[in-house]
Design a protein around this ligand. Structure first.
Ligand SMILES: [Fe+2]
Ligand SMILES: [Fe+2]
Length: 233
């Protein structure tokens, strides 16, 4: 995904170089990996059970981001983070399988009917807080973002305003702790099982009895879309 924008391999591209790569792809970078294969063609998906649970979605549709989320939740758990926030870490990036751009807001909307207000707040704002260091909390601007967005990337005004508002909010530390535990340096020797979080999901996710996508909630269509991404309409 990166490179080909000019310059040597070690130097992060400029924003202009990142933008110059746009017409070199058949897809836009904002789309989730459920809809576009990283390489080659997409695969045939396994069918979903009739009343799908969050666990079914994680196992059968959100595989492209579930490992990252599990590793982040595992790190949060090891640090004895509040269980509610460990759960927030577990779900914080699942929506990336569907939509990458503005994913904090997509995630919060999709999960809001089924999680606490604080968990929704944490996942909604974690994406913007990723751009703003907090040395005291142990969070630095990620080197990866220099490569992804460009070394001279400027955060847009609406995100700057969101950050300033969240910074003063009583729940600031909720999304901040999601960013602190947002783990990208995977240890291949650490295997985290979704089964280890079965109880956490049970305590913090209000699973609708009809199954996700069939409970008539305002976001049911988002879950159905994740369940059936091969439908032409
Ligand atoms: Fe994220
Ligand atoms: Fe993440």
């Amino acid at each position: 995904m990166v490179g080909g924008g000019g310059g040597d391999a070690k130097r992060a591209p400029t924003s202009a170089e990142v933008n110059a790569q746009i017409p070199t792809r058949q897809f836009r970078r904002g789309v989730g990996n459920l809809f576009v294969a990283k390489e080659g063609n997409v695969t045939v998906l396994q069918p979903m059970p009739p009343k799908p649970t969050l666990t079914d979605f994680i196992r059968l549709r959100f595989q492209s981001t579930s490992e990252h989320c599990l590793q982040s939740a595992n790190l949060a758990r090891k640090k004895n983070l509040d269980e509610e926030l460990t759960f927030a870490c577990l779900i914080h990036d699942l929506v990336l399988s569907m939509m990458r751009v503005d994913h904090g807001f997509w995630a919060a909307q999709m999960f809001e009917p089924y999680v606490s207000e604080k968990v929704a707040f944490a996942i909604r704002h974690h994406a913007t807080l990723r751009f703003f260091p907090d040395h005291e909390a142990g969070y630095e601007y990620p080197q990866l973002y220099r490569t992804m967005f460009g070394s001279d990337y400027v955060v847009p005004a609406h995100q700057q305003a969101e950050y300033e508002w969240v910074r003063k909010h009583k729940w600031y530390m909720a999304p901040r702790l999601v960013t602190v535990n947002d783990l990208y340096s995977f240890d291949p020797n650490v295997k985290v099982s979704l089964d280890d979080f079965h109880d956490v999901i049970g305590r913090h996710f209000k699973q609708p009895k009809e199954g996700l996508g069939f409970d008539g909630s305002p976001v049911a269509h988002m879950w159905r879309t994740a369940a059936t991404p091969d439908l032409p309409l």
